[in-house]
Design a protein around this ligand. Structure first.
Ligand code: PBG
Length: 310
């Protein structure tokens, strides 16, 4: 009766990795239990997630190396993996689960950066033009929520305008607003195969310094003024103070991303019998809700949905 916070499957967003082909799944060694799925299997997974009442699924494409280019043009191809997967999931689930499409160029660039590279520097404004095209491409395929994770400045307003002009006024924007230049993203870069493209590069010129908290307020203020419907904090557990600050400071829903490195920590420690997996994972969900998050992106989403259903 007096418990202050709870969570349900509808609070969860399940990120999945998609590969070309049919009826094939690949393990990801740095994320045991998470697999790359072909489009057909991704649609089946979305159906299962919808049946568990999970709020949304977030699609991350693993682009074959030969389709990656300096300018990441494949992001705007209507037949790319994220669009094919979006159409397949929408066809299978109707509107029973949200479909989140990630806007950023890193799955498509030969250098692994989220934006266009000029003289070794990621250029903000030129990148935004491509991101707008990428977002409209995803909306046409059936995305229900566009999620820019690129961290360019001013992209939320530009993407909002581009969506509106193309007749997608009803599509929401979930902004990765406070996204830190974190080392907890390592396993994700293995999963989507961008680690070797990025090589020794980093994303510190556009992602946030982990030392900063005031800057998160400025980033979020800008994104909300430009039209963000939901603002995200990423990573999750090491950044709960940021979730709390944003929740207290702004009247918009806050999402939090329990990233690949956090998943790996919980999974490997559980496999070593150092932690009880179910208890720690469920506790981490409560912690996100207690800090003020409405939506939680987690690779554990389906598993949590199943535990909740038991
Ligand atoms: C890139 C992107 C990243 C993640 C989601 N989108 C990695 C990065 O910024 O390099 C990380 C997710 C995770 O670690 O689980 N646009």
């Amino acid at each position: 009766m007096v418990q202050e916070t709870r969570f349900v499957a509808a609070n969860l967003i399940w990120p999945i990795f998609v590969i070309e082909g049919t009826n094939r799944r690949e393990p990801i060694h740095s994320m045991p239990g998470v697999e790359r799925l072909t489009v057909d299997l991704a649609a089946l997974a979305a159906e299962e997630a919808a049946n568990l009442g999970i709020g949304a699924i977030a699609i991350f494409p693993v682009t074959p190396q030969e389709k990656k280019t300096e300018d990441g043009r494949h992001a705007c191809d209507s037949k790319n993996l994220i669009c094919e997967t979006t159409r397949a999931i929408a066809a299978k689930t109707g509107n029973r689960i949200g479909i989140v499409c990630d806007v950023a160029l890193d799955p498509y660039t030969s250098h692994g950066q989220d934006g266009l590279l000029r003289d070794g520097y990621v250029v903000n404004d030129e990148t935004i033009a491509v991101l707008c095209e990428q977002a409209v491409n995803q909306a046409k395929a059936g995305a229900t929520l566009i999620a820019p994770s690129d961290m360019m400045d001013g992209r939320i307003g530009a993407i909002r305008d581009a969506l509106d002009e193309s007749g997608f006024q009803h599509i929401g924007i979930m902004s990765y607003a406070a996204k830190y230049a974190s080392s907890f993203y390592g396993p994700f870069r293995d999963a989507v195969g961008s680690a070797k493209n990025l090589a020794s590069g980093d994303k510190k010129t556009y992602q946030m310094n982990p030392a900063n908290s005031e800057e998160a307020i400025r980033e979020v203020e800008l994104d909300i003024s430009e039209g963000a419907d939901i603002v995200m904090v990423k990573p999750g557990m090491p950044y709960l103070d940021i979730v709390r600050r944003l929740h207290d400071s702004f009247p918009v829903p806050v999402a939090v991303y329990q990233v690949s490195g956090e998943y790996a920590m919980l999974k490997f420690a559980s496999q070593a019998n150092a932690l009880n997996e179910q208890s720690v994972v469920m506790e981490s969900m409560l912690a996100f809700r207690r800090a003020g998050a409405s939506a939680i992106l987690t690779y554990y989403a389906k598993q949590v949905g199943q535990w909740l259903a038991e």
